[in-house]
Design a binder for this molecule. Structure first.
Ligand SMILES: [Zn+2]
Length: 204
């Protein structure tokens, strides 16, 4: 199910979740999941700043708690923040009220109406509850930068191959993406590529 571009069946599971923005617009939406962390997030901010790009960061509440300075840096750079639950939990492993409570805990920290479920997992009841509280943002293209099985070149190629009008593109400001070298290689090159292809960068 979790290939670079979610199949229509997966998209159909969550009909009101957003996978892709306007297909008639030459624009892409960069998103970064799982931060903020001091080892990676400031580097991402620097790259985005250099290219005058604003992006959306889906943050884990517990990381905000541990790294308030990095959280503030993201806000001060003018990026959007979204909710990625407090403990990066899998929907299927939690009851409906517990899952929602874990997400709501982040609301007190970031005040955002954007939510992205960790691992793309939400039970149906969770989904139906969450959509009353949030705009649920999935993705049109996941770079798989976090994967050990992907080389940096493959991560970049995922962007080259699957980016299209309105794509919501997912990277990770996480140690997984950093320690395998994928993010450092692919993010700057992906941005160059998308610019050359004439895409504008927008926030959700
Ligand atoms: Zn995540």
């Amino acid at each position: 199910m979790f290939i670079e571009q979610p199949p229509w069946l997966f998209r159909a599971l969550y009909p009101q979740a957003i996978f892709r923005m306007d297909p008639n617009e030459r624009a892409v939406y960069l998103t970064f999941d799982d931060g903020p962390i001091p080892e990676v997030t400031p580097w991402v901010l620097e790259i985005l700043e250099k290219h005058h790009i604003k992006a959306t960061f889906f943050m884990v509440g517990d990381n905000i708690r541990k790294h308030p300075d990095e959280y503030r840096m993201v806000v001060e750079h003018g990026h959007r923040i979204g909710n990625h639950t407090f403990n990066h939990i899998r929907g299927f492993e939690y009851s409906n009220p517990d899952y929602l409570a874990n997400a709501r805990k982040v609301d007190d920290m970031i005040h955002s109406d954007l939510f992205r479920p960790p691992h793309g997992h939400m039970g149906f009841r969770q989904y139906y509850t969450l959509r009353y509280h949030y705009r649920i943002i999935m993705w049109d293209l996941v770079t798989r930068d976090y994967s050990k099985r992907m080389s940096p070149e493959q991560v970049l190629n995922n962007v080259k191959r699957y980016a299209r009008n309105g794509s919501i593109i997912t990277f990770h400001d996480s140690l997984k993406s950093w320690n395998n070298g994928n993010l450092q290689y692919a993010l700057p090159r992906a941005i160059e590529f998308l610019k050359e292809e004439g895409y504008e960068f927008k926030v959700l």
